[in-house]
Design a protein around this ligand. Structure first.
Ligand code: ZN
Length: 892
């Protein structure tokens, strides 16, 4: 599964007090025959289901999962006898028990069930979607919602084969996991579509979509590919098709097992957030799959390609081999996250996706630095708990840890281990231990010692190095402890230990040599056959750790040192510098100077990351009296770079050059409030409205935001009018969410009122968060969100977004007062989020509030000194060697 781009946090499926507990066992399903008769007139479907199962313990009842199912009749056949079962429902546990008079002997049995299900508006089970006044039926079973579509043994380890039949209106088609094997008229005005038997799979992977879908068709390596969508959007599917061909081709070569089905359909549906990896029939929200290749921004192209690469990776990781229980969800999501850049790197080398990987690692490290983070492996039982582990730990942290492991083992050794694991558990389930045992066996390296330290304990290592040079060789002493993003916790931290693979880069005689080592002790020495002038503890930015150096510290860099650093090194170093500032090791001025020193880094992600952090600085550290100095520092430092690129795109520009321009444009327009950039943004938006093809899509993203932040009532009306036009999903999202950027309180109020009307789809409820993130209207938005809690929950059906809206508080609150308000709100609504999520949110607000108090005066001082001494960009100064025998730079 993949959450939509806008969603950084998990979106819980919210049913307060609902408990999903484990089935009692005693019966094992082998095969399901499912017939769904779709009745759009009544928003319902008739279900006819037969489950072939094995009774493993003689009993007079069978218990499976069912929720919101209206049962008609249940019969159980076993030992040559068919009995009608008494049905008892346990809605709290989401289970149904079928009891018969004569006990069922051990051995094969069959359950036949007829029932009515509901095409709900909660985006779960088999749900209702709509577009242009017509209805669609769409499935979303993960994590625990197959039971809403059909009674089943709804736990991932209960794998079975599925024969699916859909009876649908004459003009409609149906898409499911496998190919259509027959399509016959009747009954009545309907037609009956039968699909080939699925591979053995978990219930959460069952797929069905019904409607007047239009599909593009192609093939790769003998696999039939379909990209499907609502009528009229066919042109937006070509990019996804090209990406899918490249990605599937790559995976077929990478994995030791070929893609196991004969077809792969990918369907874009109007009502959905993110994407779901159903085997052979992946379902996406429209903005996650459909794109106009000609006008789309680089960011949107990368997102769509990455979504496809993620979901298709799941066809092996997750679908072919599945975690035994949700506590090892990371085996699915971490793998898909780690894997997805690989095919993109080969398909689009100009995209520099290695930088995205390091950028993703930095984000994961940042999220994992709180006291209330969780281990990758997390015990979960209830529906809410299961929903809560689809978070940045399962995706981002695991992806980052696997990247570190792959770098340490080498690409081929890692691949051999992955394939051994897949072969061993194909069509079955596996645990974390199975995975690292397979890798240890094939690589002959202690993966089974390394991985538990990252998977079973929370948090991230902090490495501190000291060095000594003696007769041409050097010794690096490294100590480790846990990193926290507050000075108080960081100082006290001491008791954890990891087995950390680290790769070191040196600049000395060898000029940029690299070597990898394994740290197994809390204090350990590494020996180098040289005395380098510089040392980098995280070569390539692939390490899942923070680091610092004892002894001399410099934050100004020699040009030769900067040059020997790759873009990936620099992104990691800059992220690390922010972390050092949070922990009280350095201060905001050091961070700003380092970012400025790296401003000419190839690609756009370093500046993008830097500006995002500067937005936090701008919002929380910059006092009104410092505002002018802060803005002029930004404009002096980055203005010339934008001047050089030019405000307007040229036809000869590479995608990367366009992206650099867009990021600088955003930084100068939003953070620097540079009048020329603001005027140009406004011109660009007006040009787009006259002729959408006239503006570079990458630059447009920035321009829409900048114009809105400086826009009036008239521009607001223009944006809203755009939403009525036939837009690409990207343009729609841009104009929709830009409504939150207008500064006027009156317009913010209008946006929020409108967000609760049926005109705004429930997946776009995040518009409320977006308003709350607007510094001018945050307080008002928070009050609105609290006051309209019931309406928000009703609109989202307790489904998508309902709880996410409240969890986002951590992103925009930074004061003691707000902390109290959020805590009170959580107390009033105890079932809204899990206990851990509540604690993380509160912790983050507290951390931000303390950080702001600490860094504000330092920023003032730094800005004043910049006013006297120039832009703060690195000079050729090197700190004295201190206790070390050679100059030592940190962060590099
Ligand atoms: Zn996923």
């Amino acid at each position: 599964m993949k959450r939509s781009v806008f969603v950084l946090l998990p979106v819980l499926v919210l049913t307060p007090a609902a408990i999903a507990q484990r089935l009692p066992g005693g019966a094992v399903p082998d095969h399901y025959s499912l017939t769904f008769t779709i009745q759009f007139a009544t928003n319902s479907f008739e279900g006819d289901e037969t489950i072939d199962l094995r009774i493993t313990k003689p009993a007079s009842s069978v218990t499976l999962n069912a929720l919101e199912i209206d049962f008609h009749q249940v019969t159980i056949t076993s030992g040559g006898r068919t009995q009608t079962a008494k049905i008892s429902l346990d809605n709290k546990r989401e289970m149904a028990t079928f009891t018969v008079d004569q006990a069922l002997p051990e051995g094969p049995a069959g359950i036949h069930i007829t029932y009515t299900g509901h095409l709900n508006d909660k985006l779960r089970g088999l749900y209702l979607s709509s577009y242009n006044n017509r209805k669609y039926a769409v499935s979303q079973m993960q994590a625990t919602d197959a039971r809403v579509a059909f009674p089943c043994f709804d736990e991932p380890a209960y794998k079975a084969t599925y024969d699916i039949t859909a009876i649908v209106d004459r003009g409609d088609i149906a898409i499911s996991n496998n190919e259509v094997i027959s399509d016959k008229p009747g009954p009545g005005e309907m037609h009956t579509i039968r699909f080939a038997t699925s591979p053995k799979m978990s219930s959460y992977l069952v797929a069905l979509t019904v409607g007047d879908w239009k599909c593009l068709h192609d093939s790769v390596g003998g696999i039939k590919l379909g990209i499907c969508m609502v009528p009229g959007k066919e042109d937006l599917g070509h990019f996804a098709m090209e990406a899918s061909k490249a990605i599937l081709h790559y995976y077929d070569a990478y994995y030791g097992i070929k893609y196991p089905l004969s077809k792969l359909d990918q369907i874009a549906v109007p009502d959905k957030s993110g994407a779901m990896e159903n085997w052979g029939a992946i379902i996406y929200g429209e903005d996650s799959l459909l794109i106009d290749d000609k006008t789309a921004s680089l960011v949107a192209k990368k997102d769509v390609a990455n979504n496809i690469a993620h979901e298709v990776a799941h066809q092996w990781f997750g679908d072919l081999v599945t975690m035994e229980w949700w506590d090892d969800l990371w085996l699915n999501e971490g793998f898909a996250t780690w894997m997805s850049p690989h095919p993109l790197e080969e398909w689009q080398p100009d995209w520099l996706v290695k930088q995205d990987v390091v950028y993703g690692n930095q984000r994961a490290l940042a999220r994992d630095a709180v006291q209330n983070t969780r281990p990758i492996h997390q015990q979960v039982e209830t529906r809410n708990e299961i929903g809560s582990v689809f978070d940045n730990i399962a995706y981002g942290k695991t992806g980052a840890v696997l990247t570190m492991l792959e770098t340490y083992l080498g690409r081929e050794a890692f691949r051999a281990g992955v394939n051994a694991y897949l072969k061993e558990h194909a069509y079955g389930s596996a645990t974390a231990t199975d995975f690292w045992k397979a890798l240890a066996r094939t690589s002959h390296k202690p993966v089974d010692q390394i991985m538990p330290t990252f998977v079973l304990q929370p948090g991230e290592p902090f490495l501190r190095a000291t060095t000594q040079c003696h007769e041409g060789s050097s010794q690096i002493r490294v100590t480790q402890k846990r990193y926290f993003d507050t000075p108080e916790l960081f100082e006290k931290s001491d008791s954890q230990k990891w087995q950390v693979p680290i790769c070191i880069k040196t600049l000395g005689k060898a000029n940029g040599g690299a070597s990898c080592h394994l740290l197994t002790e809390r204090e350990q020495s590494l020996n180098l056959q040289e005395c380098p002038r510089y040392l980098l503890l995280d070569h390539g930015g692939a390490g899942y750790y923070r680091f610092s150096y004892e002894g001399a510290r410099v934050h100004s860099l020699e040009p030769e040192a900067v040059q020997v650093l790759s873009a990936e090194d620099r992104i990691a170093l800059l992220g690390n510098e922010w972390a050092l500032m949070l922990a009280g090791v350095s201060n905001i001025g050091d961070y700003l100077a380092l970012g400025a020193a790296f401003k000419a880094t190839p690609g756009y992600l370093l500046l993008n990351d830097f500006f995002k952090h500067l937005e936090v600085v701008s919002r929380n550290f910059v006092t009104p009296s410092d505002r002018d100095a802060f803005q002029s520092w930004i404009n002096q430092t980055f203005g010339p770079q934008l001047q050089e690129l030019g405000y307007q795109g040229r036809s000869t520009d590479t995608a990367m050059r366009k992206a650099q321009r867009a990021v600088l444009f955003w930084g100068l327009g939003v953070l620097g409030r540079e009048p020329d950039v603001i005027a140009e943004a406004s011109n660009l938006v007006q040009s787009y409205m006259k002729d959408p093809d006239s503006v570079d899509g990458t630059l447009l993203r920035a321009a829409i935001t900048i114009a809105a932040r400086n826009g009036d009532d008239q521009l607001y009306s223009q944006y809203k009018a755009q939403l009525q036009k036939k837009l690409t999903p990207e343009a729609f999202d841009l104009f929709l969410y830009a409504l939150s950027d207008f500064r006027s309180a009156k317009l913010a109020q209008q946006t929020m009122d409108w967000a609760l009307t049926p005109e705004v789809r429930s997946q776009d409820i995040y518009l409320l968060d977006a308003v709350a993130q607007n510094a001018d209207n945050g307080e008002m938005a928070w009050n609105f969100i609290q006051q309209h809690f019931e309406e928000i929950n009703r609109k989202t059906g307790g489904g998508v977004g309902g709880s996410g809206v409240f969890l986002y508080a951590e992103y925009y609150f930074c004061s003691a007062k707000q902390r109290t308000e959020v805590e009170q709100f959580f107390q009033q609504h105890p079932d809204l989020v899990t206990d851990r999520e509540r604690k993380v949110t509160i912790e983050r607000i507290e951390t931000c509030s303390a950080l702001s108090e600490r860094q504000q005066p330092m920023l003032t001082n730094w800005l004043q000194s910049k006013g006297k001494h120039g832009s703060g960009v690195a000079t050729n100064t090197l700190a004295p060697g201190g206790i070390n025998s050679f100059p030592f730079a940190a962060p590099w």
